[in-house]
Design a protein around this ligand. Structure first.
Ligand code: BMX
Ligand code: ZN
Length: 301
């Protein structure tokens, strides 16, 4: 079975083709989110067209009604995305089954079935990027909550009245601990056209202000993680997003979490995602395969 999968984030769209669950090509293109929801929809259609797929899987930032495939809510990182009837419009246009899932949820599904989450009944995935995507596998199942919007871990309030968040609130986890929050601190206090390797070399050398910026950022990463771990008592927490591919960050997080968390939670495993920046694509593929089977079972022709 061929599945075309897309992972739509606030900054880039990753996309690729799976042949029998194997990712045979993967590419990226800018989201150009500021152009609005309709332009983003057209971009997706262009990326899909020309690929012959049995089903389409979409992982997207924003809260998703996974049954109707509609975007329930999107923060200002994807203006005009709220209300988009993604599944209905794409199925009408392309005549193949389409599955839509929130990007944090998709990463969790991807890791749970193909990555480092295999075998765990209770696990949390966090993807640090433009925002912070979250996905919860509880009791072996993806936890969607009352109306399908569970897992918006980026909006845990860490600082009442603090930095403005793209959700319209203030003081949210992602306003302090996302990669874009770190980038804006570096741009403000170091320089606008920085490079990651030299930034982290300066951090390791203890140079200021880089070391301080990193310390404040990782303290916020850890603060949010501790609340999540205390609330859910997962066996495993998987961290993803491009920045978490620098594994010394995962080591620092582990050391800091274990030093201050309650004894009863100290056995939690904190690991990088195995599928890295492709976790969302794998989750989208997983959902698309299920959607295909569901629709074809009902199709008696
Ligand atoms: C925001 C929110 C989440 C998303 C997360 C990561 C929107 C548009 N986004 O918290 O739904 O999972 O960002 O998104 O409402 P990314 O842009 O970092 O991939
Ligand atoms: Zn918020």
């Amino acid at each position: 079975m061929n599945i075309f999968a897309l992972d739509i984030g606030g900054t880039s769209i990753k996309y690729g083709l799976f042949e029998n669950e194997e990712l045979v090509f993967r590419r990226e293109t800018p989201t150009n989110a500021s152009s609005g929801g309709e332009v983003l929809f057209e971009t997706i259609v262009k990326l899909i067209k020309g690929n012959s797929a049995d089903a389409i899987g979409i992982s997207t930032a924003g809260q998703v009604n996974a049954d109707s495939g509609e975007i329930i809510f999107a923060t200002d990182t994807l203006p005009g995305w709220k209300g988009m009837k993604l599944k209905k419009r794409l199925e009408a246009m392309l005549s193949v089954p389409v599955a839509v899932e929130n990007d944090g949820n998709a990463a969790a599904l991807g890791e749970a079935h193909y990555g480092n989450g295999k075998g765990y009944q209770n696990l949390v995935c966090l993807v640090y990027g433009t925002g912070i995507g979250g996905g919860l596998i509880l009791g072996g199942e993806l936890y969607r909550g009352h109306t399908g919007s569970a897992g918006e871990l980026g909006h845990i309030e860490l600082e009442p009245g603090g930095r403005r968040c793209m959700c319209g609130g203030k003081g949210c986890y992602e306003a302090y601990a996302s990669t874009s929050a770190l980038v804006s601190q570096i741009k403000q206090y170091v320089k606008a056209d920085f490079e990651w390797d030299s930034f982290f070399a300066a951090v390791k050398a203890g140079s200021l202000p880089e070391a301080l910026i990193y310390k404040r950022w990782i303290e916020y990463v850890v603060a949010g993680l501790k609340s999540i771990i205390h609330a859910l008592n997962p066996a495993c927490v998987l961290l993803g997003g491009g920045i978490m591919e620098r594994h010394f960050i995962i080591d620092d997080v582990n050391r800091m979490v274990k030093a201050t968390i309650m004894d009863s939670h100290r056995n939690v495993l904190i690991l990088p995602m195995k599928l890295g920046n492709s976790a969302g694509l794998y989750g989208a593929m997983y959902s698309a395969v299920r959607e295909y089977r569901k629709q074809k079972d009902f199709d008696i022709s």
